[in-house]
Design a protein around this ligand. Structure first.
Ligand code: HEC
Ligand code: HEC
Ligand code: HEC
Ligand code: HEC
Ligand code: HEC
Length: 461
């Protein structure tokens, strides 16, 4: 009796358990090239993305091998479960050197892995249940194909699907290392049901935008099919791998993530101290900026004041020839600490958060910059602020790959300028630069419509 009950309980518990390492063979999965025969557009969209490169990513591999060494192999299947999920469920990794990995496992997060996910035991640390075979699960409840069975699963339309992998907790001490899903979950985006898919799998970037089309050859026309060109802010590894289109898409996404505002005096006397306040708003991302491996990512403000002859009066947040950021007020990221409390970029060694100044969804933060106008400055003086982003500190990449091998691109997310005039300049001659293009169109249209309406109403009266 007791034994039967234990077996029964075990059986029940097992049914909801995440798929174990080595439960399947890589030959149970189908290569993406096969899907491409009918889902050509979708497959081309996926090919240059970090999902398709999740295992072969040279930056990942360097860090993975370092982590494996530091922990005597303890993290081998942990890291691999997200970066080569087929490699893990097929029992091909460990060994950490990848020598046993099949070609399909090297496809990283691929078509057949994602579409044979038949359930999940919550979010975080990849608790997926995968059932390779004839059935492909997806967002349609009326889909028919000759090559495979189709099955609807609501999970595909929900952020929880992405939350399986986009929430990383330290396997030993539980420290939350990647909080993308939990932060989204606590944001107004979640309350308003704006999902990861809405921003990352439609042309909308910061909101849902329908993409009508056919999901495969011979498939019916639908009001919306999703994009599989799922990109974030990674303009570095995409460049390294020659994925130019995805690099451009990452830059475009970064340009949509934030807005800047600057308050500075319109006039100032020479010798006077000038204070400039710049605020940054996370207006476009449903999570912190930066997010993901944000202890490695860097975002900061570059602020420069120059006089009419181009002489620099003030600068902060520029980079020197070795790529180091000079005197930025704040680096917007989080700093993790090891067991001795020392800052570390090796998150597998971290057990605490030392600081966190990422910008939350819809949050605004401000920076103050101060300088004095030199006696020989030539009016007018221009203050430029640019929000910068890069995927990794240059010295980390130099340390991993060697000096002068890879230059981490620095992306301008958004900029703003203000002009400071000679107090003798008549007020009507003091013009200010237009707002940055990114937030202008919507506002200009709104302002024009509002102005026309007012004129119309006034005329009628
Ligand atoms: C990271 C996981 C992931 C990967 C990799 C992935 N898909 Fe999808 N796919 C999804 C999700 C999630 C949806 C549903 C999105 C929605 O409805 O909002 C989807 C939707 C679909 C659909 C339904 C039609 C549509 O586009 O909405 C098809 C067909 C499809 N995927 C095929 C593929 C093929 C082929 C590949 C490989 C080139 C692939 N998928 C790779 C997660 C993935
Ligand atoms: C012989 C052509 C063909 C091949 C090969 C093929 N599919 Fe499909 N697939 C289709 C068609 C047609 C549809 C129907 C699309 C629709 O309903 O709009 C479809 C639908 C889907 C859907 C949507 C299922 C749902 O209910 O939401 C997914 C997911 C999918 N395919 C994944 C894959 C994957 C992964 C592969 C490769 C392992 C693959 N397909 C290979 C033709 C094919
Ligand atoms: C099986 C695990 C897994 C699932 C499920 C998954 N991802 Fe990912 N995703 C990854 C991994 C691993 C990477 C990073 C690969 C790398 O950079 O080496 C990644 C990368 C990304 C990136 C690129 C990040 C950057 O810095 O540019 C975005 C965006 C992204 N995923 C969004 C999504 C969305 C949206 C979903 C849900 C539809 C999803 N992912 C589902 C594992 C997953
Ligand atoms: C309201 C739109 C929106 C939603 C919702 C959203 N994202 Fe993003 N995401 C963005 C934008 C814009 C960026 C570029 C800014 C950045 O890199 O942080 C981005 C960047 C990313 C990155 C790269 C992070 C980095 O800083 O390098 C990842 C990974 C990512 N998103 C995953 C997700 C996942 C997973 C979800 C759901 C839990 C999600 N996103 C929900 C808009 C969104
Ligand atoms: C639960 C899933 C998961 C686990 C476990 C995981 N990762 Fe990741 N990893 C991700 C996701 C998702 C991203 C993309 C986030 C982003 O782009 O900011 C990522 C990104 C990375 C990146 C950045 C790659 C790039 O191209 O910029 C590195 C490096 C990395 N992971 C290393 C590791 C190592 C080493 C381990 C094990 C100690 C590990 N990861 C464990 C999901 C995971």
């Amino acid at each position: 009796m007791a034994i039967a009950a234990v077996i029964l309980l075990f059986g029940l518990a097992h049914a909801a358990e995440p798929t174990a390492s080595g439960e399947f063979s890589s030959s149970d999965f189908t290569e993406s090239d096969r899907c491409k025969e009918c889902h050509a557009i979708t497959t081309v969209q996926w090919e240059g993305t970090m999902h398709s490169n999740a295992y072969v990513d040279p930056f990942y591999l360097k860090e993975f091998h370092a982590a494996s060494e530091d922990t005597d192999g303890l993290v081998d299947s942990f890291c691999s479960r997200c970066h080569t999920p087929i490699g893990v469920v097929a029992g091909e990794i460990p060994p950490a050197d990848g020598s046993q990995l099949s070609e399909i496992a090297k496809e990283g997060v691929n078509c057949d892995f994602c579409h044979t996910v038949s359930g999940s035991d919550g979010t975080g640390n990849a608790p997926f249940i995968v059932t390779p075979g004839d059935t492909k699960w997806g967002p349609f409840n009326d889909s028919e194909a000759s090559f495979h069975e189709s099955e609807y699963l609501e999970l595909y339309t929900q952020s929880e699907y992405c939350g399986m992998c986009h929430e990383v907790r330290h396997p030993v001490n539980g420290l939350l290392i990647d909080d993308t899903y939990p932060v989204w979950k606590n944001s107004t985006y979640s309350q308003e049901d704006v999902t990861c898919q809405d921003c990352h799998m439609t042309p909308g970037i910061t909101e849902f935008e329908a993409n009508p089309g056919r999901a495969g050859s011979g498939a019916p026309k639908r009001d919306h099919i999703s994009l599989h060109s799922i990109v974030g802010g990674n303009a570095f590894v995409t460049e390294m791998l020659g994925a130019e289109k995805e690099k451009e898409m990452a830059i475009e996404r970064l340009e949509m993530a934030a807005t800047l505002d600057m308050v500075s005096p319109e006039i100032a006397n020479k010798g006077e101290d000038v204070t400039v306040e710049i605020s940054i708003t996370n207006s476009g991302a449903g999570h912190n900026i930066p997010t993901g491996v944000s202890e490695i990512r860097q975002m900061w403000l570059e602020v420069k004041a120059t006089d009419a002859e181009g002489h620099e009066i003030y600068s902060a947040g520029t980079t020197d020839t070795s790529g180091e950021i000079i005197s930025a007020n704040t680096i917007y990221n989080n700093v993790l600490g090891d067991s001795e409390g020392n800052p570390t970029l090796s998150f597998w060694l971290a057990d605490r958060v030392l600081s966190d100044n990422r910008i939350g969804p819809e949050e605004t933060v401000a920076e103050e910059h101060m300088f004095s106008l030199p006696e020989d400055a030539v009016y007018p003086v221009t203050v430029d602020a640019t929000l910068k982003y890069r995927s990794a500190p240059q010295d980390l990449i130099d340390h991993l790959f060697g000096e002068d091998v890879h230059e981490v691109p620095v992306i301008d997310m958004v900029e703003k300028s203000r002009i400071i005039y000679d107090p003798d300049t008549p007020p009507e001659s003091r013009t200010q630069p237009q707002s940055e293009s990114q937030s202008t169109p919507g506002f200009t249209v709104f302002a024009t419509v509002a102005a026309l309406l007012i004129i119309y109403v006034l005329k009628k009266q």
